[in-house]
Design a binder for this molecule. Structure first.
Ligand code: PAF
Length: 283
């Protein structure tokens, strides 16, 4: 297949249906662009598993709150398309917001309990925006399989539940977090950090690593594990913890002791930049 860029959702839907009819296995990698190595690992995993790989680039307005960074979210479509072609992608779907949400659009997909804590609590409406756009992207691309990064742990859990609950019939693959050599989880928002903030942001992965080390040494008390990570992060002058929690990894329910797989998830402002990261702890 020659590399193709589609911007019109109706055309995307028609192409998706053609691919399905031809019996091609189609993978989709939904992104908001400004691709980094984390995204490229999703594209490579998709390439290895499907006949046709579709990258979607869409900075989805409905998942941003009124005081968030929608307007300044980094964009580089030409650079993204060059990287995508380098990964052997077949098709890029790059719609604009007016095409995805025409006047009068008023239907949203809501995942309830899983979307309530953590980012759901701090970013009201965020996961309804994510679940809605992901449902639309699945419908438009008609993909058989979709790839998402594990850095957005709660997002991945929400999307898995969405697919199960609404019988969407798309296989969801979670791909491990890709980190910079010094441990910082890759994120498009890392581009906002000054050199000094970039250095202070290392406390996020260091805090998670310290909690993991304490866990490996036998600590099971949630408050103690959270305090271990929190102390390292709070020591950075530019850091403000939005949340830092250790919850059950399946339902994101609160825990007092780690007696089953759990996720330590955090969101921390470094200056004005909000970063997320997580670590799964398995007893
Ligand atoms: O993870 C992201 O980049 C976005 O939340 C997603 C899944 C592409 C939906 O807009």
């Amino acid at each position: 297949m020659n590399f193709e860029i589609i911007r019109d959702p109706r055309l995307m839907r028609a192409r998706g249906e053609d691919l399905r009819r031809d019996g091609r296995r189609v993978a989709v990698v939904p992104t908001m662009g400004y691709l980094h190595d984390g995204h490229l690992s999703l594209l490579r995993a998709a390439r290895a598993s499907a006949d046709v790989v579709i990258l979607t680039i869409f900075v989805n307005p409905t998942q941003f709150g009124p005081n968030e960074d929608l307007a300044r979210y980094p964009r580089d479509e030409d650079g993204d398309l060059a990287k995508a072609r380098g990964c052997g992608i077949d098709l890029a779907f790059c719609p604009d917001a007016a095409a995805m949400y025409p006047p009068g659009a008023q239907t949203f997909v809501e995942v309830r309990e899983l979307a309530r804590p953590l980012c759901g609590e701090k970013r009201p409406g965020h996961f309804a925006g994510v679940a809605t756009v992901v449902t639309k992207l699945f419908n438009l691309t008609q993909a058989n399989v979709a790839f998402f990064g594990a850095k957005d742990f709660q997002q991945l859990a929400v999307i898995r539940r969405l697919v199960r609950d609404l019988d969407l019939g798309v296989e969801i693959v979670g791909v491990p977090i890709v980190r910079e050599p010094d441990g910082l989880a890759m994120s498009s928002r890392n581009a906002y950090l000054s050199a000094d903030e970039r250095r202070q942001a290392l406390a996020l992965s260091a805090g998670l690593a310290a909690a993991e080390a304490a866990f490996a040494a036998g600590e099971r008390d949630v408050a103690a594990l959270v305090a271990t990570a929190g102390a390292l992060i709070a020591a950075q002058p530019a850091a403000r913890i939005d949340y830092l929690e250790l919850r059950d990894a399946d339902e994101l329910a609160p825990l007092e002791r780690v007696d089953r797989p759990a996720v330590m998830a955090l969101a921390v402002f470094i200056g004005k930049t909000r970063l997320i990261d997580n670590r799964v702890l398995r007893p």
